[in-house]
Design a protein around this ligand. Structure first.
Ligand SMILES: Nc1ccn([C@@H]2O[C@H](COP(=O)(O)O)[C@@H](O)[C@H]2O)c(=O)n1
Ligand SMILES: C[C@@]1(CO)OP(=O)(O)OP(=O)(O)OC[C@H]1O
Length: 157
């Protein structure tokens, strides 16, 4: 078994989509970044890469590389899952938390889990996504950005 942890933050700005866990969530602001800025999938990618000691997302998909401009982060996640498999592991389970005051994520977490499970090639019961506010404190509390944290366990093939 291997354990991994990931953390990511993206700024909330006007004129961008708010895509979290592959779900396009209606909101007056969206997440800024080189890719689609899916903060949750980035934290999960980092957890998976960490578990097999392969560095981090920026090492594999440099933000200076135009191939990744606006890319759907589900493509990045599928690539990372393939790397994990090449190193002899499959996803056991993933647990993640997204931190934001708004939008409300509760109505969307089930759809996020379906996307993540499909991209990881596992059952939806192996994936959990939670949401929390930070009680109006800090950059997430002020609505300046969204943070996400993920942990995973990998099982040897
Ligand atoms: N963006 C969010 C934040 C929270 N939720 C749900 O509300 C519950 C209570 O949040 P607290 O920060 O007050 O603990 C939380 O457990 C989530 O179910 C949400 O849907 N979207
Ligand atoms: C995902 C990548 C892809 O170029 O770009 P960003 O959307 O800026 O996201 P970040 O979480 O900063 O990770 C870096 C990059 O790998």
């Amino acid at each position: 078994m291997r354990i991994g942890h990931g953390f990511d933050v993206h700024a909330l700005v006007v004129g961008r989509k708010c895509i979290i866990g592959g779900v396009d969530i209606p909101h007056d602001k969206g997440l800024d970044g080189h890719s689609d800025a899916d903060v949750l999938l980035h934290a999960i990618c980092d957890a998976l890469l960490g578990a097999v000691a392969l560095g981090d997302i920026g090492k594999h998909f440099p933000p200076t590389d135009m191939r990744y401009k606006g890319i759907d982060s589900r493509q990045l996640l599928r690539h990372v899952v393939n790397l994990v498999r090449e190193h002899g592991y499959v996803v056991g389970n993933i647990d993640a938390t997204v931190m934001c005051e708004a939008p409300k994520l509760g109505p969307h977490t089930a759809a996020m889990c379906v996307h993540i499970a499909a991209d990881c090639g596992v059952e939806v019961t192996q994936i959990n996504v939670k949401a929390t506010t930070t009680e109006k404190l800090g950059f997430t509390g002020r609505g300046e950005g969204i943070a996400a944290e993920a942990v995973c366990l990998l099982q040897p093939i």
